[in-house]
Design a protein around this ligand. Structure first.
Ligand SMILES: Cc1cc2nc3c(=O)[nH]c(=O)nc-3n(C[C@H](O)[C@H](O)[C@H](O)COP(=O)(O)OP(=O)(O)OC[C@H]3O[C@@H](n4cnc5c(N)ncnc54)[C@H](O)[C@@H]3O)c2cc1C
Length: 523
């Protein structure tokens, strides 16, 4: 197998280029990379090592990809020689250590392991991954690479917070181990690496005894939230978020926490992204017409609000609807869940979205958004919730994240009814606040502008990571893009001006190597 992998690696490295797009989960017409030479479906860690080694000898750019669960064309630079190493089939889970009565333990996972796969594997063995959960159709390595997180102020909720060590295939094709250590710049770079340090091949992950949780949801008026104590609504709970329905001037306030396992026999399972054909048909017709008619968007918001006021949960043992809050069940099922049987995810129904996600210090006064999420402070170089940064903002209380998902019309030019609103929103928020992007939920343009808010000291320390240097010396462009092209005059923004002058140097980050995030729903 290793030999076959070697031959295949050689083939991908020397084959003539027939550049083609590599698509996101949205499929054709939604490229994560515009032009790649080939997509290599790896079968083992050794196989991935062979591919990178061969690629390094010819200076072929490499990118890892899990499930392509991202929104924009920000996975690759536009080098048509790029090869994608698809990690999906490298998904072993082993070495569970969880002593009886222990508070936590560890497990080893390979690059392609998804949240759902690990959650089920652990549940069968009386364990769980705590609150470091993101979504079902995502690899854990992909989420760690891009600084993925769930919504919590109280608990560690960056996925990287659960990583105890990771094995990265550097640009020479060497498998190197980076241990969690906040005194070590290599760790702080690897903790949110944007995939630029190489392929995350394996991780040792922290796990916990299995536990049950409740989910509760209340409806609040705009005044109760905007003039109220947002921190107080979120911080007491293990995980919590707010959904803003701006046409209706209401919020859904959703919160979750642990319950004694004997409290309820209910096994609630949350619907995330699944729709029946009928529901999808109505949604698509309404949302497509929303490109031209604001009334369609108001109608959609009103309908979605009514539907989402009831629990979006079924009882897992019978697949019957659960109709009252709170809902109880095993942690993963309640916090994430997934598809209902016989239903398809939104994107397989042709319902596509744009998104935009930015993080602000919780202490910020600006309040806007649709899906409002939160993140506990966590120190690394490029994460959304890092702190002690040159912007002097107080990030130690955590971050408030405005996530603006919006419908992506498939008719006409594909632009939204209020396209300019989103562009102005992103520009203004980034220029006026120390906003940081989610690395797979924003466009290239947003990244280009948002780099003004990334601490230049952190960038400098990221750049001198010995691992990054190894990639540079191997001529792999895993790190090459970190020498970003910059066209905007950096002086246009006060924060930017200050930080760049302090450093006396220019940091250029290739926005194409970065991901994106503030989400928006139904405008
Ligand atoms: C519907 C949906 C819901 C989401 N919900 C959340 C959420 O709640 N919170 C949140 O933070 N994010 C969320 N995301 C974003 C998601 O966490 C990231 O986009 C994540 O990176 C996707 O992982 P993936 O396995 O699909 O990776 P891909 O999309 O394949 O890759 C994403 C990036 O990670 C890099 N990468 C992937 N695997 C590796 C690896 N093994 N080594 C090095 N680099 C790698 C890729 O090069 C690429 O730059 C959501 C995305 C979608 C589409």
């Amino acid at each position: 197998m290793l030999f076959l992998g070697y031959i295949a690696a050689l083939a991908v490295a020397v084959s003539p280029i027939s550049a083609k797009p590599y698509n996101t989960f949205d499929g054709d017409g939604f490229p994560a990379c515009h032009d790649v030479a080939s997509v290599y479906e790896a079968t083992s860690v050794d196989d991935m090592v062979s591919v990178v080694k061969k690629a390094a000898t010819s200076g072929t750019p490499v990118r890892a990809s899990g499930k392509g669960h991202m929104w924009y064309d920000t996975m690759c630079s536009d080098n048509p020689n790029t090869i994608i190493i698809q990690t999906e089939s490298v998904n072993g889970i082993s070495n569970l250590v969880l002593e009886k009565g222990a508070e936590s333990g560890t497990v080893d996972i390979e690059a392609g392991v998804t949240f759902l796969q690990l959650a089920e594997w652990l549940h069968d063995r009386g364990a769980s991954m705590g609150y470091t959960l993101v979504n079902w159709n995502i690899t854990m390595a992909g989420a760690v690479a891009m600084g993925g997180h769930r919504s919590s102020i109280r608990e560690d909720s960056m996925v990287a917070a659960g990583v105890l060590s990771m094995d990265i295939i550097n640009g020479n094709g060497d498998l190197v181990t980076v241990e969690r250590d906040n005194e070590n710049d290599d760790w702080l770079a690897a903790s949110t690496s944007l995939g630029l340090l190489g392929v995350i091949a394996r991780m040792k992950f922290k796990i916990y005894p299995d536990f049950k949780v409740f989910a509760q949801q209340k409806i609040l008026s705009e005044e109760e939230v905007l003039d109220g104590d947002i921190y107080g609504l979120i911080a007491p709970y293990a995980t919590a978020n707010l959904w803003w329905w701006p046409y209706l001037k209401k919020f859904h306030w959703r919160y979750y926490d642990e319950v004694p396992s004997t409290l309820s026999d209910q096994q609630g399972f949350q619907n995330t992204f699944s729709l029946t054909d009928f529901e999808a048909g109505i949604a698509k017709t309404t949302l497509e017409s929303g490109k031209f008619l604001p009334s369609s968007n108001w109608f959609f918001e009103t309908t979605a609000f009514a539907l989402w006021s009831a629990p979006n949960f079924k009882e897992k043992t019978t697949w019957k609807d659960i109709t009252t809050w709170p809902v109880y069940g095993w942690n993963y099922d309640v916090l994430i869940g997934g598809l209902y049987p016989d239903q398809k995810p939104e994107w397989d129904h042709g319902l596509h979205g744009y998104t935009l996600e930015l993080a602000f210090p919780v202490a910020s006064t600006y309040r806007s958004g649709i899906n409002i999420k939160f993140g506990k402070a966590y120190f690394d170089f490029l994460g959304q919730v890092t702190y002690d940064t040159l912007d002097k903002a107080d990030w130690t209380k955590g971050a408030i994240m405005f996530d603006f998902p919006s419908f992506h019309p498939t008719i006409g030019d594909g632009k939204r009814y209020n396209e300019q609103f989103y562009i102005k929103l992103a520009t203004t928020l980034i220029d006026e606040f120390p906003a940081r992007p989610h690395w797979t939920k924003n466009t290239r343009e947003v990244f280009g502008n948002a780099t003004q808010n990334i601490d230049p000291n952190h960038l400098a320390r990221f750049k001198v990571s010995q691992y990054l240097n190894a990639y540079t010396s191997a001529a792999s462009d895993m790190s090459g893009e970190f020498e970003r092209r910059e066209t905007e005059p950096l002086t246009k923004n006060r924060l930017c001006e200050r930080s760049y002058l302090v450093q006396g140097m220019t940091f250029n980050i290739d926005v194409a190597a970065f991901g994106h995030e503030i989400e928006y729903q139904s405008m």
